[in-house]
Design a protein. Structure first.
Length: 455
């Protein structure tokens, strides 16, 4: 055997092997799964599509991509005292998470929006198609789809998620005139919400019995979001009022959540800082979108149950979702504070929340599996044949091992359980990609992207 020619081997460039020379990847593209998604994008999209909707490229020939332009510039208005660690975190994630309105409200377990953009492309979705997220959480899929000209429907059992998702979506193109005025009068606005919504009860996370219907009036403007048709019936001025109201309310609830967790700043200071950040984010994305607002596609955020979707058979062109990670995150406990503010009956909501139903852990796991099978059956029903359902799910083998009484290395990951279920409901496995999760590696070491194709 000839000795390897080290110089020849090292003279090669990996990206040149994978991509045409005119494609320049984004900076900070460090993970193998990102390189894989970039590769599939380059295989599936043409140059024009890559420039308009690609997720992983900075340039195609002389043209910068829209994603690159959308993300560049200062990532976020961080407080001056922020640590260099925090600053570098935001800089590193500028292309992954730090753009558009994704940064409004910190929701646990939300997607990396850039990855969703890449997946929407790889699933073959094109402007004008409709994508569904039956467990939308903070609405990442909806915001991303809208930016790409793809229509979307989002469903979540939590009314707070519906409110948050629709507000993030509307912020892409709402008029900011009144919100800017509100920032100039932040003390007055703060007083208004404090009176209307209340003060956070520091350290108290769940007071489920105390939810009062009285504060439900706070949701009235948000309730106008019922359907896109209802929205289109609003006059321009009504829409502006409603959008501004919801934007300010989200900022107030966000600041209330912060001051509940940390007492470093008063609620008023926190509100001002968060409102400034929200406006910075909104102004930045609206500037980028100037002139192309009509390319934004409509999205509908609905309250509902993923086990019984309010959608007709074979009408959706793609599905992306991330189920609750079995029982790793209690979304109701996490959001108890905001849900209480909004007057939501949490005991009723608990009965619909997948992952929280059932008594002890093994019963919870049984019910979780039954529920997820219903979700997959519904996904199969609403998808057009040949289209793709992508599930993003983390594994928690240590926890599952304890429940099933097995060593954690023998436990089937949640992704495998979901694939098995999918096969029973007219899906075939198209692709499985795994990515490491850093930071919380003790409980959830890897996340899987599972692509199932409807037969
Ligand atoms: C992992 S989170 C989704 C996060 C989302 N991908 C994002 O980017 O923000 C799972 C969501 O499932 C929702 N959920 C739980 N049970 C549900 C049900 N029966 N129907 C619809 N949504 C449900 C929870 O409220 C939670 O927001």
């Amino acid at each position: 055997m000839n000795p390897p020619n080290i110089a020849d081997a090292l003279a090669q460039d990996l990206t040149e092997k994978l991509f045409p020379a005119k494609y320049q990847l984004l900076p900070n593209l460090n993970d193998v799964y990102e390189l894989a998604l970039a590769f599939y994008e380059s295989q599936i999209l043409n140059d024009k599509e890559l420039i308009e909707n690609g997720a992983y490229f900075a340039r195609v020939g002389d043209a910068f991509t829209r994603h690159f332009l959308m993300c560049t510039g200062s990532p976020l208005k961080l407080p001056v005292h922020s640590s260099s660690r925090l600053k570098s975190f935001f800089e590193k994630n500028i292309f992954r998470t730090g753009y558009a309105t994704h940064g409004l409200f910190p929701y646990r377990g939300k997607f990396h929006p850039q990855m969703i953009k890449g997946l929407i492309n790889i699933m073959g979705l094109k402007p004008g198609d409709t994508v569904l997220d039956p467990m939308m959480g903070s609405g990442t899929t909806l915001v991303e789809a809208s930016l790409m000209g793809i229509c979307s429907i989002g469903i979540d059992a939590s009314p707070f998620c519906r409110f948050m998702a629709q507000t993030k979506l509307d912020t892409l193109n709402m008029s900011l005139t009144r919100a800017i005025k509100a920032l100039n009068n932040y003390e007055e606005v703060f007083k208004y919400f404090k009176k209307k919504v209340g003060n956070p009860n520091v350290g108290v996370r769940s007071t489920s019995k105390k939810a009062s219907r009285g504060v439900m009036s706070i949701m009235e403007p948000a309730a106008e979001y019922a359907t896109a048709q209802d929205r289109s019936r609003l006059t321009k001025e009504q829409r502006e009022t409603s959008d501004t109201y919801n934007f300010l309310l989200l900022a107030y609830l966000d600041s209330a959540g912060y001051s509940e967790r940390s007492q470093r700043k008063s609620l008023l200071e926190q509100f001002k800082a968060i409102l400034e950040r929200y406006l910075f984010v909104a102004e930045k994305i609206q500037k980028v979108l100037e002139g192309s607002e009509s390319d934004l596609a409509p999205g509908k955020a609905l309250e509902g149950d993923a086990r019984d979707l309010p959608i007709e058979d074979s009408t959706v062109d793609g599905i992306i979702f991330s189920p609750p990670y079995s029982f790793a995150i209690d979304y109701l406990k996490n959001d108890a504070f905001h849900l209480n503010f909004l007057g939501i009956e949490m005991d009723c909501l608990r009965d619909t929340m997948i992952g929280l139903r059932g008594g002890n852990l093994s019963e919870k796991f049984e019910v979780y599996q039954e529920d997820m099978e219903k979700v997959l059956a519904e996904c199969s029903r609403v998808l057009r044949p040949g289209t793709i359902c992508t599930i993003i799910v983390g594994t928690n083998n240590n926890q599952l091992g304890k429940i099933l009484g097995m060593p954690s290395e023998d436990v089937p990951g949640l992704h495998e359980i979901l694939i098995e279920m999918g096969l029973k409901h007219d899906f075939k496995l198209l692709k499985k990609i795994s990515r490491p999760i850093t930071g919380i590696s003790n409980t959830m070491r890897r996340e899987y992207i599972v692509m199932l194709q409807r037969q």
